[in-house]
Design a protein around this ligand. Sequence first.
Ligand code: SF4
Length: 325
Amino acid sequence: MEVLMEVRNLSKYFPMKSGFFDKDTNYVKAVDNVSFEIYKGETLGLVGESGCGKSTTGRMLVDLLEPTEGKVIFDGMDIRELKKKNRKELSKNIQIIFQDPYASLNPRMTIGDIIKEPMIVNKIAKGEELDKRLLKLLNCVGLASYHKDRYPHEFSGGQRQRVGIARAISVNPKLIVCDEPVSALDVSIQAQVLNLLHDLQHEFNLTYLFIAHGLNVVKHISDRVGVMYLGKLVEVAEDESLYNSPKHPYTQALLSAIPVPDPKKKKERIILSGDVPNPINPPTGCRFHTRCEKCMGICKVKEPEMIEVGNNHRVACHIYDKNKL
Ligand code: SF4
C-alpha cells in the first residue's frame, strides 16, 4: 500500500510557567516521540483516554499546531516546507472535521455560505458552477437544497456535523482528520454519521485519520487502529488483529470495557487502577507501569520500544521484547 502521510518522531510539549516572575518552566508532554504512517485510501483509527495526546497529534497533522520536534511528511514532502511554498494547497489537501460541530460553524453565516467559502478561497468554482457544487454536496451528506439558506442554530447536532463534513469534502481533500466527530452526538446519530463518512470515503477516494475516545467507535470504520497512552503510541495493528489479539495490557483493558451484546457471553473486565499520571512528570520507563497488572522490574526503568510482533502488528511493551534483559 502507498503511504500518504508519514509521522516521524513527532512531539508536542506545552510550556507551563510557574514560580516567582514565571521563572520556572515545566512542560506538558502532550505528544512524545510518536511515529506512524497513514496509507492512501485507508482509515486509521487513533484512540485513547482524554489527555492522551490524540487530538494534539491530529492538530499537528493539519498544521493547526507546530510540533516541538519531529516531522510530518505528506505525499513525500515535509508539511513545513509545503506550507512555505503553498499554504493553500496544503490546507486544501488536508482537512479536519471537529468534535463540536456547532463551535466550528460561523453562526452568522448561512449553511450555503459556510460550505461555499473554502471553494471560493481555493478557487475551485464560481458562479453557477459553485451553486451546482453546493447542491451536490448537500445531497451527498443527506441534507436538502433548502437547508442552504438556514443558519447553524436551526440544525440538530447530527445535521451540523453533516455540514462540517460537506465543508471538509468541498475542496476535494486527500486526507481528512476526523477529530472525535461523533463524540458529541446521540448514539443513533453516531451510527448515521459513521455510515455517511464510510460511504463518502469510497465516493471521493478519501483517507481518514479517525480520532475517538473508545475502541468501540472506531471498530467498524477503521482498517487499522493505533492506541495512545499518555502521549505515546503503544500499539498499532490492522483492526482484526487488534480486536482479536490485543497485545498491550492497556489495549486489553480498553477492549475489556466494551460491552458484548450477547447476555450468554461473559467477558472479564480489566479494571485499571489509579488515575492517568500527570503528563508534566510522566512515570519513568514504561508510562503505563503505574497501572499495569503485568509490570516487571524493567518496566520501571526502561522505556519499551515499538516492535513488530507479526502481521503488521506493532506494540511497545517489554513482554514482547526478546532483548529486554
Ligand atoms: Fe506493562 Fe511493562 Fe508492558 Fe508497560 S512494558 S505495558 S508496564 S508489561
